[in-house]
Design a protein around this ligand. Structure first.
Ligand code: PEP
Ligand code: MG
Length: 299
């Protein structure tokens, strides 16, 4: 099955009812991009991982160079660069953080840079430069309020032609007011890992509560459904849910247009989408729990 899917990896993922879903790759290293079969681009470049080998902050030129390597490995298909997303489970050696009692609820993602904007400014400069060469999307992580979006767009400044701008939706408040946050943006990308952890109040790194932190919890799916209906812009999913073929089908049925998955899963996600009539996927939003969602989808 894997071999057959791999042979067709480069074909588009067009469903039986005629929708074509873009399936992209999540990148934490240039190798992820080089190894991805059938990726329609990258829907998530985790920059804090891409530069996680660095003891000191990369210069603008060094960032441009590595972004170029990612874009080249994907043969010039669009890459979605996420600005530094640190805090919580993600330390970065060149940006030490204060000790916090609840780091997942503290200065994470975009929040970190309100007090210390310089690293973000350098990164945005690198993103503007690479965007002049190759199709680039930029997105901001851990957005909660419209003020944060406004501030981030201010920091980005003038947008070169073709640079698409979006935010991640991974905080429940952002899902609940996405129509406000997405004004003036090109896309939103749902981070189901964090959206699940914050919706269920279950730490994504704590195995004792792993059963609670299930991305197929109907409470999470209701938020995703809301985002699709209200965003008014393109909706992508770049969390791990998009890497599981059956979940990916469900997301597409909810109206998600773009999925970004770990490389080895891309051919399998595309293969199942091709075999599916999305209009026949049952309604799962009223299911009792994630287990019932799984049963419904398997049918
Ligand atoms: C997510 O939260 O779903 C996501 C894609 O970001 P990360 O896993 O890097 O926090
Ligand atoms: Mg996240």
């Amino acid at each position: 099955e894997r071999e057959q899917a791999a042979a067709q990896a480069d074909q588009p993922a067009t469903t039986l009812d005629g929708r074509t879903i873009d399936v992209l790759v999540n990148v934490g290293a240039v190798r992820d991009a080089a190894d991805a079969r059938g990726a329609d681009g990258s829907g998530l470049v985790r920059t804090e991982v891409l530069f996680g080998d660095r003891r000191t902050a990369p210069t603008v030129a060094e960032q441009v160079e590595r972004f170029r390597a990612v874009a080249d490995a994907l043969r010039g298909k669009p890459i979605t660069i996420r600005t530094w997303d640190i805090g919580g489970d993600k330390p970065l050696p060149f940006l030490p953080q204060d000790h916090e009692a609840n780091p997942f609820l503290g200065e994470r993602g975009l929040r970190v840079f309100r007090r210390r904007p310089q690293l973000l400014r350098d990164q945005l400069e690198a993103i503007r430069q690479i965007a002049a060469e190759t199709p680039v999307h930029v997105m901001f992580p851990m957005v909660t309020t419209a003020d944060e979006v406004e501030w981030a767009l201010d920091e980005l400044g003038s947008r070169p032609d073709g640079l698409e701008v979006g935010i991640m939706v991974e905080v429940p408040a952002a899902a609940l007011r996405v129509e406000t946050l997405a004004v003036g943006l090109d896309f939103v990308s749902i981070g189901t890992n964090d959206l699940t952890q914050y919706t269920t109040a279950a730490d994504r790194t704590n195995s004792a509560v792993a059963a609670l932190a299930d991305g197929l919890d109907p409470a999470v799916l209701r938020l995703i459904d809301r985002v699709v209906r209200k965003a008014g812009v393109r909706v992508a999913v770049c969390g791990d849910l998009a890497s599981d073929p059956q979940s990916a089908v469900l997301l597409a049925a909810l109206g998600v247009q773009e999925l970004s998955a770990v490389g080895p899963q891309i051919p399998l996600v595309k293969a199942l989408l091709r075999q599916t009539d999305l209009t026949k996927v049952p309604d799962v939003l009223n299911a009792r729990d994630a287990a019932e969602v799984r049963q419904l989808v398997r049918r």
